[in-house]
Design a protein around this ligand. Structure first.
Ligand SMILES: Cc1cc2nc3c(=O)[nH]c(=O)nc-3n(C[C@H](O)[C@H](O)[C@H](O)COP(=O)(O)OP(=O)(O)OC[C@H]3O[C@@H](n4cnc5c(N)ncnc54)[C@H](O)[C@@H]3O)c2cc1C
Ligand code: SF4
Length: 331
């Protein structure tokens, strides 16, 4: 590990100014991802600005029914918060499907969104990786790809984004509140993460020195929601595939609002917009669920080891929609 300076931030603006002023500076929140990267040699900052003690650790209701989640709210606290459990149960489910109790006690909302890929080659500094070292090549495209992307990948990078929480937030149409040296801005969560294209080293649209200060959740317009994660072990494993779904349905079984997001399949939480389009206004039926899933997967392409993900996504989407529309409303 390379030596670095450490500063504890006392306010958000000061933290932003400290990081923005030094290209080698980084924010440190719970440290559950970044500290591993320091040890593995993936990251070598010369200054760590510790934002974990900033007063951005509350969940509060905003006028108009929105709920603001501070960027320093720990994953365990967010999952257990009464407002989240009541209004956004899909978010609690996704959080509890991630990592372990100990990790969730440390991990923050902002850090979870910005955790980096678990691609084995990205984590092994002896192998070429365009994300870690732009222009060096992608070891995965000719290598072991069981965990890699089936949607939106490029020839430069086929990695997937690992966060469960982000997938639920994508389905909830959350917004991300960002503070930078030039001021504050808010962007849809679905616009935060990038597809790899020819610059896979850039995971998100954030500029150096920009701090996530909060995530805003809009009022729910749905009556049923679920997060389902398919993984190798029942706990402590990243998603092979996951589906977050929020749905409203009338008494006659016609689907109204429907929002679906997929995890484990792309460089970002994948909003299944084509499937949503087919389902909106359609009857809740097995045929329609399958047609929607297949339309979403038309552009999917497998690399070899990950071919199983295509039928797995289709079957998981259909199963989640069947279960959700076949049970009483829960929100
Ligand atoms: C063994 C293990 C298993 C795991 N399993 C899962 C899983 O199944 N599902 C899952 O979703 N996650 C899983 N995780 C990941 C875990 O959830 C993340 O490590 C954690 O959420 C990161 O949050 P943090 O606060 O510790 O971030 P940090 O490690 O402190 O920071 C991560 C990155 O975000 C930046 N950053 C942090 N906060 C901000 C901010 N507010 N604004 C701007 N930049 C910021 C940091 O500079 C750094 O680059 C696992 C982790 C481990 C170690
Ligand atoms: S898939 Fe992306 S992260 Fe993995 S080796 Fe290739 S460039 Fe690196």
């Amino acid at each position: 590990m390379r030596p670095f300076e450490y500063q504890r931030a006392h306010d958000a603006a000061g933290a932003v100014a400290a990081v923005a002023a030094r290209p080698g500076a980084r924010f440190l929140a719970g440290g559950t991802n970044l500290v591993d990267h320091l040890k593995l040699g993936i990251a070598a900052p010369d200054l760590l600005v510790d934002v974990s003690g900033l007063p951005l650790d509350t969940v509060e209701e905003l006028p108009g029914g929105r709920v603001r989640v501070g960027a320093m709210v720990r994953n365990s606290d967010l999952a257990a918060h009464p407002l989240i459990r009541k209004r956004y149960p899909v978010l609690s489910e996704a959080l509890l499907a991630g990592a372990s109790g100990q990790l969730r006690n440390m991990a923050t909302t902002g850090g979870n969104l910005l955790q980096r890929t678990r691609c084995l080659y990205f984590q092994d500094v002896t192998t070429p990786c365009n994300k870690r070292e732009p222009g060096s090549g992608c070891s995965a495209v000719e290598g072991y790809t069981r965990n890699h992307a089936i949607l939106g990948a490029s020839e430069r990078c086929v990695a997937v984004h690992p966060s469960d929480m982000a997938v639920a937030m994508a389905a909830l149409d959350a917004d991300v509140v960002i503070l930078g040296a030039a001021g504050a801005r808010t962007i849809p969560l679905t616009a935060l993460h990038r597809l790899p294209g020819d610059a896979p080293d850039r995971d998100t649209l954030l500029e150096h020195g920009e701090l996530i200060t909060a995530v805003d959740l809009p009022p729910g317009t749905y009556s049923r929601s679920a997060y389902r994660k398919v993984r190798d072990r029942a706990s402590y494993a990243f998603a092979l595939v996951s589906v977050a779904a929020v749905v409203s349905m009338d008494d006659g079984g016609t689907i109204g609002d429907v929002r679906l997001a997929l995890g484990g399949v792309a460089h970002k939480p994948w909003r299944a917009a084509r499937a949503e389009e087919i389902l909106r206004g359609a009857q809740a039926s097995e045929d329609n669920f399958r047609q929607a899933a297949e339309a979403e997967l038309e552009s999917a392409s497998a690399l070899g080891d990950n071919a199983f993900k295509i039928p797995m996504v289709r079957n998981t989407m259909v199963a989640v929609l069947r279960d959700l529309t076949g049970r009483p409303a829960d929100v």
